[in-house]
Design a protein around this ligand. Structure first.
Ligand code: NOJ
Ligand code: CA
Length: 585
């Protein structure tokens, strides 16, 4: 690994229309929970169009829209019935076009989610497969296998789905199909040329409608090579996932698919972009997805999985910038999304090794109100971590509601939960609904301004204080903080490089080209504040002092020296750091 963080390509942040994504701030909208225009309790596309002023004022560069396709919602829309249409509950293709034009008019790009690993069980292909005999071309679009035992009544293997429970489902004639996720999400067979062709058609369909990019779900899973005799789950788990030869994950030939996609993206001007959701064994394997001959960018979930700890953060930043310099891509940063406990809450849980840690963990998994939560501290740490992240080169992916400082909603009654991982893990895992509760726009009203009636997941009373209305005119609010940080970021980002400044063990300090720097104090005591004008702070700062768990951006006096610290960056986490290992989907 090079002993420098300077990206040799030194790309400017602006100027080239094909590079808009390299340092973009991308805001994820989970459409059913953003804004409900027609008052049926479910967020819709017209709701997004109505709120474009909010998105513009927030200062984001792009929206990533989670699935809005027709779906029975067995997995929040990631069970797609038809890749080239809009769920009638969310609107029509005409609504989609209006939303896209309105976003573009506000200078906001649009990235849509594409789900190639599996369809839904209501997709016309899967219905045809069920109606067709074994060995048929219709079954060949999916992964069917004969069951074991004399009558095929036993599953082909004991594989466990990502959501818990079996990964093989019988279809009644001795055959079983693979569904790595919910039963309603049969895995596609990407060796089938029809599957490959159809996705190219889908990419062109949305690109022709003006979509600027794609977020690729389970990008590491499409290529599969199942041996005649299937390994057991234990054998699968024991396989080395870094060889490119694992039967299910991150196979080398998956990149052939994305090279084909890239040629479609390059048919457009500017070329369409893509970001891979690829859970792979090493950063090196991840960056293959980010290759400019492939998808172009890949999510880096390292900060999302890290402790709130200076050494961990520095190691992650260093290695990811070095990796992206190798591939020619820009890196990505993310703390929250629709799959994980919101980061303000992760950082509010009791520290690892503390006497209350177990309580915190059980609160996370089982729901309930939480006397163990340090809400104020969680938000303070989340704001500091976010400010540190927004100063970095690369793209920042933000999740709706984090700009309000929203906490996870833990106490959703079981009867109202929707996530398949809750249903497939009874009593063990409450699933992901807690970060998917519809946004509060107003202090009061039937669904805090989300829509004219109720919301499809129950909103807690404390949402009132976190509503857009409550925060809009409060200069100390998290919303005001995000707006200010995003506006500054737009002005300040230039080339994709940074230099570390030596500082205290619990303090991170880096300088960006153009005379600004970022300092974050992860420690429990205040630290000296380096010289410079404070442009923004995650918490109030005093004269010359940087309080604990606070980050600032400084206009750096030109005389300030900068020296790169050498490697050894991945030091161990300090005891007492907060660690939440989110699930991997
Ligand atoms: C990743 C998505 O982010 C998650 O929400 C979904 O459940 C799985 N992929 C399966 O599509
Ligand atoms: Ca609606």
């Amino acid at each position: 690994m090079p002993d420098t963080l300077t990206d040799p390509r030194d790309r400017p942040a602006t100027g080239d229309p094909g590079s808009w994504w390299r340092q973009a701030a991308v805001y994820q909208i989970y459409p059913r929970s953003f804004a409900d225009a027609n008052g049926d309790g479910i967020g819709d596309l017209a709701g997004i169009t109505e709120r474009i002023g909010y998105l513009r004022d927030l200062g984001i560069d792009a929206v990533w829209l989670s699935p809005f396709y027709p779906s029975a919602l067995a997995d929040g829309g990631y069970d797609v019935d038809d890749y080239r249409d809009v769920d009638p509950r969310l609107g029509t293709l005409a609504d989609f076009d209006s939303m896209t034009s309105a976003l573009h008019a506000a200078n906001i790009k649009l990235i849509v989610d594409i789900v190639p690993n599996h369809t839904s069980d209501r997709h016309e292909w899967f219905r045809e497969a069920l109606a067709s005999p074994r060995g048929s071309s219709a079954r060949n679009r999916y992964i069917f296998r004969d069951g074991l035992g004399v009558d095929g009544s036993l599953p082909p293997a004991d594989w466990v789905s990502a959501f818990g429970g079996p990964a093989w489902e019988p279809v009644g004639d001795g055959q079983w199909y693979l569904h790595y996720f919910a039963t309603e999400q049969p895995d596609l067979n990407w060796k089938n040329p029809e599957v490959r062709e159809d996705f190219l058609k889908t990419l062109r369909f949305w690109s022709d409608r003006g979509v600027d990019g794609f977020r690729v779900d389970v990008a590491h899973g499409c290529a599969k090579e199942l041996p005649e005799v299937l390994p057991s789950q234990a054998e699968l788990d024991a396989l080395d996932a870094t060889t490119g030869q694992h039967p299910l994950w991150d196979r080398d030939e998956v990149h052939e698919i994305y090279a084909e996609w890239r040629s479609v993206f390059n048919e457009y001007s500017p070329p369409r972009t893509a970001v891979a959701e690829a859970w792979v064994a090493t950063p090196d394997r991840r960056h293959r997805y980010a290759s400019i001959d492939g998808l172009g960018q890949a999510f880096n979930f390292d900060l999302l999985e890290a402790d709130f700890d200076a050494a961990s953060f520095r190691g992650i930043i260093t290695s990811n910038l070095a990796q992206s310099a190798r591939t020619g891509s820009s890196t990505t940063w993310v703390f929250s999304n629709h799959d994980v406990v919101r980061h303000a809450t992760r950082y509010a849980l009791p520290p690892r090794g503390s006497s209350t840690e177990k309580q915190g963990a059980s609160w996370l998994l089982t729901g309930g109100t939480a006397p163990v939560l340090d809400i104020e501290g969680g938000l303070r740490r989340a704001r500091a971590a976010t400010l540190l992240m927004l100063g970095l080169p690369g793209s920042a992916y933000l999740y709706q509601g984090e700009e309000l400082g929203l906490q996870e909603v833990a106490d959703i009654p079981d009867a109202e939960r929707q996530d398949p991982s809750f249903f497939r893990n009874p009593g063990v895992d409450v699933g992901r609904d807690g970060c998917r509760v519809p946004l509060p726009w107003k202090r009061s009203g039937p669904s805090f301004g989300f829509g004219a009636t109720g919301a499809h997941l129950p909103q807690p009373g404390w949402f009132s204080d976190f509503s857009v209305e409550a925060e809009e005119d409060d200069t100390t609010s998290t919303l005001a903080f995000y707006r200010q940080a995003l506006a500054l970021r737009k002005d300040l980002q230039t080339v994709e490089s940074l230099e570390w400044i030596d500082s205290d063990e619990t303090v991170l300090h880096y300088v960006r080209p153009g005379g600004w720097s970022v300092v974050a104090n992860f420690g429990t005591r205040d630290a000296p504040l380096p010289a410079g004008e404070v442009l923004i702070a995650s918490s109030p700062v005093g004269e010359g002092r940087l309080p604990s768990e606070t980050a600032v951006w400084l206009k750096t006096p030109s005389a300030q020296g900068s020296r790169l610290r050498s490697s050894g960056r991945c030091r161990r986490s300090t005891p007492g750091s907060r660690h939440r290992r989110p699930r991997r989907y």
